[in-house]
Write a protein that binds this ligand. Structure first.
Ligand SMILES: Cc1ncc(C[n+]2csc(CCOP(=O)(O)OP(=O)(O)O)c2C)c(N)n1
Length: 518
């Protein structure tokens, strides 16, 4: 009879979970040892748990299926928490396998002993500690089913070491996936009525609505009702570019969102919640539904939002409407000294068909949407939960999920350094990722926050918390040290050339741009 560890991996693979991002220790060693007995499982070592969990997020965004992580007890899981938080916000499926001490060992309260379930609960809707080897595969299929949702979620299965080493386990068959609910006919009718009526209308799209099918349905609705289409701020994955309907993503700053939505009388929510400010600002409203605008909860994230939009298309007799599609519009090649805007233009000017953009460029990405709107079709993955350090790991996962598509990671310097070890995994797995570092040598966004709270000139101690110079960080040295071909460019002409070379010679590559901050 196979041991628990083998049966666990077989069960994962049998349910389609065939990629595991790992950072193991002694309590997971039986699982590691069993990997070679299951050739279908791809195991990818990461050098920090935040890379493993962010990679699982990026993988799920592109594969529409969960990857597993293999993490070491409470501290390992804790190290991965920020990117599990982002994955939870992205509503993607992730299955964490977290090793624990053997069941009889815990009473000794040894150094790595901690309450793993409590650590897991913050980000996981499903948490279980397996009790026996024969129950482990059944727990695993339940974990996968929970992760699949809908919507996708984080499930954490804790595996005591003796559960993994005991014999007597049989792989379990996958469970039937749960079906998503469909929006009730009355709700479709009510929203159709609001959309047929007078007054300015908008539709805020999220989740699956931001994929081609959902976008086309929304664009047909827009064509017959004059509704403006917006994408939620925290986009897990937006399909965009020439040939697809264009949607305007909500801005970060609350006052800009209110401007975008200004004058709307109806805002239809499809696959997302009503817009709200990420942070509270003194004297400002947290809700970003403009005054005088009614928000209509049409399809919650748990619903089959695409099918519901298609029902709405039917209700509006819009099936034959011609959706407005984005025309091809590649920005001119920038020239001269680099700025964040020029880097975005260079990306737009050289973006290859089918690229995946992992965007954690923060303040440097202001010009990105306009620079890439009419570029060849691509996917745009953004920071979903606000916990920085997501962009590089997400790029790792996306590249593994889609080995034939180029991944371009647009990466702010400060955020890069939370999970810089991602570069090593890119090198080791020879992933086709081109990392573009926007090195403004600061936590620029926090400088903007100073201005917003009325600080004219921050004191030296305050400044020191948001400046990243002294010493300047050398990303070429970091990239080289972690095994990636890396170079710094000084001009926009150089950058476009290097980007084209990177596309022609599948990566990994790192390009450092040193740019002024905002
Ligand atoms: C896990 C986590 N830690 C800290 C923060 C607070 N924070 C938000 S933005 C930021 C700095 C971002 O700097 P950088 O990535 O260089 O981008 P820039 O603002 O310069 O564009 C920090 C520290 C956060 N959002 N998440």
């Amino acid at each position: 009879m196979p041991n628990g560890a083998y049966a666990l991996i077989r069960t994962l693979v049998g349910a389609g979970v065939d990629t595991c991002f790992t950072n193991p220790g002694t309590s997971e060693i039986y699982v590691v040892a069993a990997l070679d007995s299951v050739p279908e499982m791809r195991a990818v070592l990461t050098l920090f748990e935040g890379v493993a969990t962010g990679a699982a997020d990026g993988y799920a965004r592109m594969a529409d299926a969960p990857a597993a992580t293999l993490l070491h007890l409470g501290p390992g899981l804790g190290n991965g928490l920020a990117n599990l938080h982002n994955a939870r916000r992205a509503r993607v499926p992730v299955v964490n396998i977290v090793g624990d001490h053997a069941t009889y060992h815990t009473r000794f309260d040894t150094p790595l002993q901690s309450d793993i379930e409590t650590v897991a609960r913050n980000v996981s809707t499903w948490v279980r500690t397996s009790r026996t080897a024969d129950e482990l595969p059944l727990d695993a299929v339940e974990a996968i089913a929970a992760a699949m949702g809908p919507p996708g979620q984080v499930a954490t299965l804790i595996v005591p070491a003796d559960v993994s080493w005991h014999d007597g386990a049989e792989p379990a068959a996958p469970l039937e996936p749960a079906a998503a609910s469909v929006v009730a006919g009355e709700t479709v009718e009510e929203v159709a009525k609001a959309l047929r009526g007078s007054g300015r209308k908008g539709m805020l799209l999220g989740g699956q609505a931001l994929r081609e099918r959902g976008l086309l349905a929304a664009a047909r609705i827009a064509a017959v009702t004059g509704t403006r289409l917006f994408a939620e701020r925290n986009v897990a994955r937006l399909e965009r570019g020439a040939g697809l309907p264009a949607v305007e993503r909500l801005a970060y700053w609350p006052e800009l969102v209110l401007k975008q939505l200004d004058g709307l009388q109806h805002l239809i929510l499809a696959g997302t919640a009503a817009p709200r400010s990420s942070f509270a600002y003194e004297g400002k409203d947290s809700s970003l539904v403009p005054p005088g605008c009614e928000a209509h909860g049409f399809a919650p994230p748990i619903a089959d939002v695409v099918r519901s939009l298609e029902d709405l298309v039917e209700a509006l007799d819009a099936a034959d409407a011609t959706p407005t599609l984005q025309s091809e519009l590649v920005p001119p090649r920038p020239s001269g000294p680099l700025t964040a805007e020029k880097v975005c233009q260079a990306v737009g000017a050289t973006l290859p068909e089918g690229a995946i953009l992992s965007d954690e460029a923060l303040t440097s990405a202001l010009a990105l949407p306009s620079s890439t709107a009419g570029s060849p079709r691509h996917d745009w993955l953004t920071l979903t939960g606000g916990a920085i350090g997501q962009g590089l790991p997400v790029a790792v996962g996306a590249a593994i999920a889609c080995p034939h598509r180029p991944v371009i990671a647009l990466q702010a310097d400060g955020s890069a350094l939370y999970t810089i070890q991602s570069l090593w995994t890119m090198a080791r797995e020879q992933l086709d990722v081109t990392v573009v570092i926007f090195n403004n040598r600061a936590y620029s966004i926090l400088k903007t926050e100073f201005e917003r709270i009325g600080v004219q000139e921050a004191g030296p101690k305050a400044q020191a918390q948001v400046e990243l110079g002294n010493p300047n960080i050398d990303f070429v040295a970091l990239g080289t040290g972690l095994g990636i071909s890396s170079r710094r460019v000084d001009t926009a002409e150089q950058l476009t050339g290097v980007l084209e070379q990177a596309v022609a010679d599948p990566g990994p590559h790192l390009i450092e741009t040193v740019i002024p901050g905002v």
